[in-house]
Design a binder for this molecule. Structure first.
Ligand SMILES: NC(=O)c1ccc[n+]([C@@H]2O[C@H](COP(=O)([O-])OP(=O)(O)OC[C@H]3O[C@@H](n4cnc5c(N)ncnc54)[C@H](OP(=O)(O)O)[C@@H]3O)[C@@H](O)[C@H]2O)c1
Length: 300
C-alpha cells in the first residue's frame, strides 16, 4: 500500500459524526498522534467541546465545521476547507448517523427517510467530495463506520437496517471503483453493540429506548479498529465478538434466526428501565446535551 511519510506520522483527518460516540473517540485517537483534524457534525456546541478535548490530547490543529452530511454542498465545503488549511487530506472517517426504533408501519415516514438519508446520501456525499482529492494526491483512505445491522436484520430496526444495508452496498461499490487507484482505499468497520449515546439520542416508536446488545464495546475500542485500518485496509472488519456467528446464523439458518431474533431483541436490545412516548430524538436536530464519547452502559 502506498502511504506518504507525513500520513503515517500524523495524518490530516476529516471525521463526520465527530461530536459523539465512535466519531469522537476516533478524533481523540488521531489527536493523540498529533494529527490535524477537521470535525463535522450538525451541532456546533458539541463540536467545540470535542475540539477542546482534541487540542488537549495533542492534535496539531483542529477545525470545526458544522454541517449536515445529507447536504452535499456543505460536505464539499468541509472537504475543501480541510485541504485548503492542511495542504492535503489523508483520511476521512464517516461516523455520522441517527437511529430510530419501531415497526416500519409505526415510524413516521420523515423519520425513516432521515435515518436512511444520513447513511446513504451522507456516505455518497462524502465519497464524492474526498475521492477526487485522494486520486489527485495518489493516496487517501475513506473509512465508513458500518454496522452488524448492515449484514443482518432485526424487528423494530427497519429504518436503521435499510440505512446500513444500503450503506454497505455503496461501500462495496466504492471499493470496486477505486481499484484503479492503488494508493486510494475504502474500508468499513462493522461494530456490534457499542456504549455510545446513539441509543438514548435516537427516535423511538417502540415504547422504550434501545440499548446496545452484549458484548458491549467501548467507543474507543472501535476507534482503535478504525485507526488500525490505515495500516491494513480491509473491505470490512467487524468490531464485535459474536458478529461472525450472528451473521452466519442469519445467512445459514434463517428459520431459526427469525424465530429467535424477536424475543431476543426485546430482552436484550430494548432498555428495560427507559419507557418513552413516541419521540423524534435527535433525528431532525442535534441535541448537544446528549452527545458524549460514551453512553450509560458498562463496556469493555
Ligand atoms: N453505538 C453502537 O452500538 C453502534 C453499533 C454499530 C454501528 N454503529 C455506527 O457507528 C457510527 C457512530 O455511531 P455512534 O454510536 O457513535 O453515534 P452517536 O454517539 O449518536 O454519534 C453520532 C454523531 O453523528 C452526528 N450526526 C448525526 N446526524 C448527522 C448528520 N445528518 N450530519 C452530520 N452529523 C450528524 C452527531 O452529532 P449531531 O447530532 O450534533 O449532528 C454525532 O456526532 C454510526 O454509523 C452508527 O451506525 C454504532
Amino acid at each position: 500500500m502506498t502511504r506518504p511519510a507525513e500520513q503515517s506520522a500524523s495524518p490530516s483527518v476529516l471525521v463526520t459524526g465527530a461530536s459523539s460516540g465512535i466519531g469522537r473517540a476516533t478524533v481523540l485517537r488521531f489527536a493523540r498522534q498529533g494529527s490535524a483534524l477537521l470535525l463535522v457534525a450538525r451541532g456546533r456546541e458539541s463540536l467545540e467541546e470535542t475540539a477542546r478535548e482534541a487540542r488537549e490530547a495533542g492534535a496539531r490543529e483542529v477545525l470545526v465545521c458544522p454541517a449536515d452530511v445529507t447536504d452535499a454542498d456543505a460536505v464539499q465545503n468541509a472537504v475543501e476547507t480541510a485541504v485548503a488549511r492542511f495542504g492535503r487530506l489523508d483520511v476521512a472517517v464517516h461516523s455520522a448517523q441517527v437511529m430510530a426504533y419501531g415497526r416500519i408501519e409505526d415510524v413516521p415516514r420523515a423519520v425513516y427517510e432521515a435515518v436512511v438519508d444520513t447513511a446513504l446520501h451522507g456516505t455518497a456525499n462524502l465519497a464524492r467530495a474526498v475521492l477526487p482529492v485522494f486520486r489527485g494526491q495518489g493516496a487517501g483512505h475513506l473509512v465508513v463506520v458500518s454496522s452488524l445491522l448492515g449484514e443482518i436484520t432485526a424487528p423494530l430496526m427497519g429504518s436503521y437496517a435499510a440505512a446500513k444495508w444500503g450503506q454497505l452496498g455503496l461501500v462495496r461499490t466504492l471499493q470496486q471503483e477505486v481499484r484503479d487507484a492503488p494508493g486510494v482505499h475504502v474500508s468499513a468497520v462493522a461494530p456490534g453493540g457499542v456504549n455510545t449515546p446513539i441509543y438514548s439520542q435516537g427516535a423511538t416508536y417502540a415504547g422504550r429506548s434501545g440499548r446496545p446488545p452484549a458484548p458491549v464495546y467501548s467507543a474507543d475500542r472501535v476507534a482503535r479498529k478504525v485507526v488500525a485500518l490505515l495500516d491494513r485496509p480491509r473491505r470490512i472488519v467487524h468490531a464485535g465478538l459474536f458478529n461472525p456467528v450472528i451473521v452466519a446464523g442469519f445467512r445459514l439458518l434463517p428459520p431459526v434466526y427469525d424465530a429467535l431474533v424477536g424475543p431476543l431483541f426485546k430482552a436484550f436490545a430494548l432498555a428495560s428501565d427507559d419507557e418513552r412516548p413516541p419521540s423524534e430524538g435527535n433525528v431532525f436536530e442535534s441535541q448537544p446535551a446528549g452527545n458524549a464519547t460514551d453512553g450509560r452502559w458498562r463496556s469493555f
